[in-house]
Structures are given as C-alpha cells and as structure tokens.
Design a protein around this ligand. Structure first.
Ligand SMILES: [Zn+2]
Length: 476
C-alpha cells in the first residue's frame, strides 16, 4: 500500500477510526480507516469521509494514537499438556488476554501425546477456536513417521493447516529423529507448507542434565546451565543442512542466540528459505532471573540467556535478520512450577506472555531500542501473518483485510502488574517492568472488543482460520 485514497463514498459505513496515524509494515501516515462488514473498506485522507453525511456510523477518535493492524502471535500454546502438567487457559481465556494485549490472531499448536495421531489432535484443537474472542490458526505436529503421515499431511493442508511443528528434543515425548524431519519437510515442501522447528540437541542436553543431577545442580536456579547455547547451535546447523539438501523451507521457533540467528541468515544468503522467530522473553529478560527468589517462574526452553547474548539477539532484530517475534505463551502458574522446582527435568516449561508480547516489545525495542514502528508491525503482525498463510487477511490495514485494529497509545507508561493482566495465571515474568506504549482500544472483525482498556464486547467471535499455501509468502 502507498498513500491513503480519497473517497467520495457518503453512505453509512459501520465504523470510522478517525484522526490516528496508521502504521503498516510498508507505509505509515495520518489516515482514517473505514470499516464495513467486518472488513477494512478504505484507508483514506483524514477527514475525507464525513460522518455528518453518514448518521449510522460509529466513530472512534484516534487522535494521538497509532492505528496498528491487530497483532498476530505466531507461537501460542493454549491448554497445552506436556509431561504431568497442562497449561491453565482455554481459548476464551487465552484470546481475552491476547486482545487486551493488542493481539487479535493467535497461532496455536496441536501436539500429539504419545500414541495419538496428528490429524485427530488438530481436529480436536481446531474445534475450540469458536470459543475465542478473536481468530486463531493452528500448527500441526509430527513426532513419528509412518505410512499414514503423508496422507494426514495432505488432509491437513486441504483443511488449511500447512505448518507442522517438530522438535529435536524431549525424547520419548515430542522429539522426532532426523529422517522424520527430512521426510516431513519434503512432503510439506510439495504441499506448499513448512516445518516450524524447536531446535536443541537432545543428546547434549540430556548429558548436561545427567551431570548436573550427579553434582546436585539440577534445580530451577541451574536451568540455564542445563541447556547450553551450543545445544541450540548444533541442532540449528543440522536442521538447516536437511532443509538445504531437500530445498524445503524451514522456520526456527524461539531462536535464543545470535549464533543461531546468524546460521539462518547465512543460509538465507545461499537461497535457503529459512526464517528466524524470536520470542519476547529472550529479547527482554536474561539469566539473572534464575538467581532471584522465584527461578522456577522463568523456566522455559531454550532458557533465558546471559545479558551479552540478549544484547546480541536484539541487535539481530535491528539488523533485520529476525522475521517474527512470538510469545511462546504457555500459561502455567507458580504452584505448578514450584512443585518440581528441585528438578528442571520434571518442570513444566514455558512462560505466560500472549498479553505482554506487544507492549513489552514496543517499549523495549521501539521506545528504547531504535526499532521503527513500521518494523515493529512487520515482525509482530505482517510477517507472522505471511509465514502462516494469513496475509493480507491479517497483518495489514488495507482494503479487504479483516478489520482487526489496535489503537495504540505510544506514550502511556505503566508498571507491569500481574493482577491487572488477564492471563489464567498468578504471575508474569515482567512483574515490575516499566512499559511505555499500550493498546487502548482493540477492534476485532470490526467490533470494538476492548474500549479504553475495558471489555466492551464479550461475545465469542473467534474463527479457525484456514492458512493459504505459503509459496506466496516467502518474500519477507
Ligand atoms: Zn513453544
């Protein structure tokens, strides 16, 4: 999109967002947004559309606000069971928190338990989408290869699920061997899909953990030491080699080190369709959290890294080497985490974050870090939509897009307080952090769901989104 259009239309539209600064990944400027039938009808010169000529129209005053496309969180676990623990939210709760945080599309995971098959698990998870306050899409997951997998992947693609999560760790639960990764990559390549992969070399981690257990250093405060950076580097190199050898696209979830990001960037330079996702907590928090009073609250995989690594990872965002920033939202509470804090091998891994992703990254990387608002929209909205086959329906404010809009107050400063958040847990890893820039009003499908920080439309309107084949999305 280039400049706002002028418009002669005078008949009523459902909604006009007037007086704000529209920010897309590739254009920003003063413009009014016209919404009708749940879609963006036009992005027009300020004042070009006159409410006086259209008495049936709702108006929202966006003076002094940025008007952003609703956030697209490419990595969000809802009600996720792993080991003995299930994360505490359902679609209703996760999407409520998402919307309050300026995210209007989440991409969840359908991860089989041992013995379950990918297509059945995806169907069960997809059925939950209509309980949400906003739309959602799904990543399927393959753990083991057998003769039925190609047909399952084809059926999933026909149903609009074209991304498949894989893991190189958690042996006996979700880990896939290298040949399975290769087979799934090759199959998805031909279906217009893509593997999205968690890379940590399991043998290195298992060995490090066994040595930690023998030495009595296996509790939550030792978490970072039990999952060394080189386990991630080694696994990323291996998976890139597989992708390159079969000319398949690949997306690395939650890359936590500059070395891992650089491997992907170099591969992209050779023509490999390889993409980096980072997640908010790896860009904002560091391993000093494990020396604090609640180390278990910060146990996630990969672990929080040291401050130099965090600085290096941030620099990769500013250099344009990071395609997307997700949350890796996983909503456990303190009691679940504390119950096994003596042994990280038994911990529920993951941090709550779907609600804080947008504000924390805006504050740390835009307000303090030198990232432009357009690049913020690119990594938080546009690229996650593109790499999940949802663009331009999501991730951009343009005629024909879903009317998911966030009126963002770029100067509002608040201290993060878990009791003021909406996630189904009792803590946030950002407790006490001063954050500048919060969503104020959030429009979902043309309806103001949060208005001036209050829930004004509690009706579920979530839909499961069918992803398009990704072939068109690989320029980003
Ligand atoms: Zn995850």
């Amino acid at each position: 999109m280039s400049h706002p259009a002028t418009i002669a239309r005078t008949e009523p539209v459902d909604l006009v967002v007037r007086g704000g600064t529209v920010v897309n990944a590739d254009w920003q400027g003063a413009a009014d947004v016209l919404v009708d039938g749940g879609k963006v009808l036009g992005v027009v010169e300020p004042g070009a559309y006159r409410a006086a000529q259209a008495p049936g129209t709702t108006e929202i005053d966006a003076t002094g606000r940025l008007v952003l496309p609703g956030g697209v969180d490419p990595h969000c676990h809802v009600g996720f069971t792993s080991g003995d623990f299930t994360s505490l939210d359902d679609y209703r709760q996760a999407t409520t928190a998402a919307v309050f945080g300026g995210t209007t599309t989440i991409v969840d995971f359908a991860i089989p338990r041992p013995g379950e098959n990918p297509a059945d698990v995806a169907a069960a998870q997809r059925a939950k989408a209509d309980h949400g306050l906003c739309d959602s899409a799904l990543h399927a997951c393959v753990v083991e290869w057998d003769d039925t997998v190609p047909e399952q992947l084809r059926a999933l693609a026909d149903d609009g699920i074209v991304t498949v999560k894989m893991f190189t760790t958690y042996r006996g639960e979700t880990m896939a061997d290298e040949k399975t990764v290769l087979n799934v990559m090759t199959t998805l390549r031909d279906l217009g899909g893509m593997v999205v992969i968690h890379c940590e070399a399991d043998h290195i981690i298992t060995d490090t953990q066994e040595r930690g257990a023998a030495a009595g250093t296996i509790s939550a405060c030792h978490h970072a030491d039990t999952r060394p950076e080189l386990a991630e580097t080694a696994s990323v190199a291996e998976i890139l080699a597989i992708a390159e050898s079969v000319a398949a696209p690949v997306y690395f979830v939650h890359q936590s080190t500059p070395e891992a990001v650089d491997l992907v960037a170099r591969a992209r330079g050779r023509g490999v369709r390889a993409f980096t996702e980072t997640v908010a907590h790896h860009l904002v928090l560091d391993d000093s959290a494990y020396a604090g009073p609640h180390p278990e609250r910060f146990v996630c995989c990969p672990p929080l890294r040291d401050a130099d690594t965090v600085a290096g990872l941030r620099s990769r965002v500013l250099m344009g080497q990071v395609a997307t920033i997700g949350s890796d939202h996983c909503c456990y509470d303190t009691a679940q985490k504390e119950s096994v804090r003596h042994d990280v091998r038994a911990m529920p891994n993951g941090l709550p974050g779907v609600e804080t992703r947008m504000p924390v990254i805006f504050s740390e990387l835009v307000v303090k870090g030198g990232l432009s608002a357009g690049r913020f929209v690119e990594v938080m909205c546009a690229n996650p939509a593109k790499l999940n086959g949802l663009y331009p329906r999501k991730g951009v404010i343009a005629p024909g897009s879903d009317a998911d809009l966030v009126l963002w107050d770029p100067t509002l400063t608040r201290v993060v307080d878990s009791s003021a958040l909406h996630m189904a847990t009792d803590y946030t890893p950002y407790e006490g952090l001063t954050v500048t820039g919060w969503p104020e009003t959030v429009v979902v499908g043309g309806r103001p769901v949060v208005t001036a920080g209050r829930l004004t439309d509690p009706n579920s309107q979530g839909r499961h989104l069918r992803s398009d084949p990704l072939s068109r999305s690989f320029v980003c």
